[in-house]
Design a protein around this ligand. Structure first.
Ligand code: FES
Ligand code: FES
Length: 186
């Protein structure tokens, strides 16, 4: 089947990608743009691994045709971090142990970034609702919820220009968060 050139705007850059009519955005990002941070898990809309942001909203790129995405503003995991440091959500996932296999993590991170842009201080229930479409097959969700909660707190502190907590305070907060999570059963 002949290919068509589609213009994709991803992370502030423009890519011209040759795609077949049936090619998904996930495929075009990975094979056409070389942005392999977006993972393809189920390839049928059930796991959330392929989540990217389109105009700031989480979208399953395995259910989106590349041709549909022409001229949309797309963000992928590669666009989050700067040259020097990770995005606060990425930092929090690393600190809290929210990233285990790395396969589902980009989707969780992108979904969480969108949540925190809309709601700077989500409750644990709001976090669980936001990530309900992202599946983790290997460990569970407690540390992931901890990470999103911590990222929100870190981002609010940064916005307020507040002095970051000391390492000891951070450790205490993490232990407290894990206790709360354990008590909540997730
Ligand atoms: S790969 Fe898209 S939802 Fe699973
Ligand atoms: S951490 Fe990726 S599936 Fe659980």
């Amino acid at each position: 089947m002949p290919k068509t050139l589609v213009t994709l705007h991803v992370n502030g850059a423009t890519y011209e990608v040759a795609v077949k009519p049936q090619d998904t955005l996930a495929l075009a990002l990975r094979d056409g743009c070389g942005l392999t941070g977006t993972k393809i898990g189920c390839d049928m809309g059930t796991c959330g691994c392929c989540t990217v942001l389109v105009e700031g909203r989480p979208v399953l790129s395995c259910l989106t045709l590349a041709l549909e995405a022409e001229d949309w503003q797309i963000e992928t995991i590669e666009g989050l971090s700067g040259a020097e440091r990770l995005h606060p959500v990425q930092e929090a996932f690393a600190t809290c142990g929210g990233s285990q296999c790395g396969y589902c993590t980009p989707g969780f991170v992108m979904t969480s970034v969108a949540l925190l842009r809309d709601n700077a201080a989500p409750s644990r229930d709001e976090i669980k609702a936001a990530i309900a479409g992202n599946l983790c097959r290997c460990t569970g969700y407690a540390k992931i919820v901890d990470a999103v909660e911590k990222a929100g707190s870190d981002m609010r502190s940064a916005d307020a220009g507040a002095t970051p907590p000391t390492t000891g305070e951070k450790d205490d907060a993490g232990i407290q968060g894990r206790r709360q999570t354990a008590a909540a059963g997730r």
